[in-house]
Write a protein that binds this ligand. Structure first.
Ligand SMILES: O=P(O)(O)OC[C@H]1O[C@](O)(CO)[C@@H](O)[C@@H]1O
Length: 552
């Protein structure tokens, strides 16, 4: 596909830096990681970075000093650093929604000044954090009681997308830091089964619902919140006045919160310059704060801030989010990689990749540039993965011997969380797998090595491992709140770098709209058999089949 447009020379695929990378790719085609390591004894030492508590090893990537130099030149030419500075300054870099992009302000210290339209937003951020902290302390101490006077022991967060995935992920990651006497659940799916299973064993008198929605118009969340209110009032046999003690809201939309019947004093505010998928360190993290307490929450914010500062100030050669972003551009643009695996070797990171899916794919799953012109290069990859070692016994076969190039991030920790007790003894085995996998992926096993083991000749191709599969290893001492913040900020800024280079708006999400509109149109057809003008033949048949199966 070849596209020309008014942007002319500014188009990514017409830039000399892009062409230089293409040429370099041709010249280095066929080079194996084995050769790169053999030719350069200093490679493993040189290709590492330390950012806060995160040790990054990127030596097992299909790059040389020259590749990295060319990629950095591309970053400079495409204005990554200028856009980064504009983001940190609070400029409206989300152009299609005409909004600033300031999740970094959510973790800025109180002394910072960050202005949107001449207004310093930092005092507001800290006021909400303080309000959240006071509320969390009241719930955790039992001072805040429900309608019947019982203390709150259950928290149910109702939200979807960015109003669910972040706190749900972080709650799992930081389980060891949570109040184990408090039940915290997350309801997102409009499938009634989600809410049903979340509340069926709970005592309503001890349950707090947190309705989390930036817009407070999201149909799934409002439907579930309405059902939760009915359930609560039904269980308590109480009137509407019980709602105030059992419902709080996290939103940017005070009017809609009030319409729903939640007292605005029980609303924790955030702002339109916080994107949904960048919001769990805002008020959206209230459920997490209730679980881990305000101090640990602030430690997490400090971890985010550490990496923000690194991204903002570190030179290009040592800038970790820049490097990770560039590696993705290299594989998507010049190796035709379609996906990116994130493989955490920690059970606590079981929801980490699902969280990254929204962060990355909703941000960079775009096919027009900032000016609305079709792009002629790959944008965001399919992000996928589950914790090791489970994946090893499922899809790693394809990673090792399949036909696809799938760059992967391996994330592991030197020490297990303290409370594992005797089970901590299993940690070395877990981490032995962690190290073995990146080694096997990079270096593989040659036919000669297989033969030397006495393998029958007809089996040699089957037992050969091509190797040359690129991985990043991210190793930290322990999975603490701060380390979680560092990891998330690392990925946020990596996504930013890629969007900047691909010249797309990483902060809008128009692609989710069409399905929402069509669902609204189709619903009356399901319930009432209403005619939907313009409905295609396949969907019409399916709707008819559905109605027949429902006996309608
Ligand atoms: O917080 P809200 O407004 O309910 O939106 C939830 C999610 O819906 C989306 O807009 C996508 O449909 C996400 O970007 C967002 O995180």
């Amino acid at each position: 596909m070849s596209v020309t447009n008014a942007q002319g020379q500014n188009r990514l695929d017409q830039r000399p830096e892009w062409h230089a990378l293409g040429k370099h790719r041709e010249e280095t085609a066929g080079t194996h990681l084995r050769e790169l390591f053999d030719a350069d004894p200093g490679r493993a030492d040189r290709y590492t970075l330390q950012v806060g508590d995160l040790h990054l090893d990127y030596s097992k990537h299909l790059v040389t000093d020259e590749t990295l130099r060319l990629l950095r030149e591309l970053a400079a030419a495409t204005g990554v650093f200028e856009l980064r500075d504009a983001m940190f300054r609070g400029e409206r870099i989300n152009t299609t929604e005409d909004r600033a992009v300031l999740h970094t302000a959510l973790r800025a210290p109180q002394s910072a000044t960050i202005e949107v339209d001449g207004h310093n937003v930092v005092p507001g951020v800290h006021a909400v954090l303080t309000k959240m902290g006071v509320f969390a302390d009241r719930i955790r101490s039992g001072e805040w009681t429900g309608h019947t006077g019982k203390r709150i022991r259950n928290v149910v967060n109702i939200g979807i997308g960015g109003s669910d995935l972040g706190p749900a992920m972080a709650y799992e990651v930081l389980r060891a830091y949570t109040d184990r006497d408090m039940t915290v659940r997350f309801v997102s799916n409009v499938d009634g089964a989600d809410l049903h299973e979340a509340v069926r064993d709970l005592d309503a008198a001890e349950t707090l619902f947190i309705v989390a929605s930036k817009t407070f118009t999201t149909i799934e969340t409002i439907t579930n919140a309405t059902s939760a209110r009915q359930w609560l009032l039904g269980q308590l046999g109480a009137g509407e006045d019980a709602v105030a003690k059992h419902f709080v809201a996290l939103s940017t939309n005070a009017e809609k919160v009030t319409d729903f019947g939640i007292d605005p004093t029980n609303m924790f505010e955030f702002w339109d310059w916080v994107g949904g998928r960048y919001s769990y360190d805002s008020a959206i993290g209230l459920s997490l704060m209730l679980a881990i307490g305000p101090d640990a929450f602030r430690e997490m914010l400090a971890g985010f801030h550490l990496v923000d500062e690194h991204f903002r100030t570190a030179p290009a050669e040592q800038n970790a989010p820049l490097l990770l972003g560039l590696l993705g551009v290299w594989y998507g643009g010049f190796h035709d990689a379609q996906s990116h695996a994130v493989l955490p070797y920690s059970h606590y990171l079981s929801k980490f990749t699902a969280y990254l899916q929204q962060l990355d794919m909703e941000s960079n799953g775009k096919s027009v540039d900032r000016d609305g012109n079709p792009v002629n290069w790959q944008t965001g990859p399919v992000v996928w993965g589950t914790p090791g070692t489970n994946g090893q016994h499922a899809y790693y076969q394809l990673l090792h011997q399949g036909t696809k190039l799938i760059p992967a991030d391996f994330i592991g920790f030197a020490r297990p969380v303290a409370e594992l007790g005797a089970l901590a003894g299993q940690h070395d085995l877990l981490m032995a797998n962690f190290f073995a996998q990146t080694q096997a992926l990079a270096f593989g096993k040659t036919p000669d090595e297989v033969r030397a083991e006495g393998v029958a000749e007809e089996l040699v191709p089957h037992k050969t491992f091509r190797g040359n599969h690129p991985t990043t290893t991210i190793l930290a001492g322990e999975l603490t709140p701060s380390v979680l913040g560092q990891l998330i900020a690392l990925y946020e800024h990596k996504v930013f770098v890629q969007g900047a280079i691909w010249n797309i708006d990483s902060f809008d999400q128009w692609g989710v709209e069409l399905g929402k509109v069509l669902a609204k149109r189709v619903e009356p057809a399901l319930t009432e058999g209403a005619d939907v003008p313009g409905l295609d033949a396949s969907t019409t048949n399916l709707v008819a089949k559905y109605r027949a199966l429902r006996g309608r």
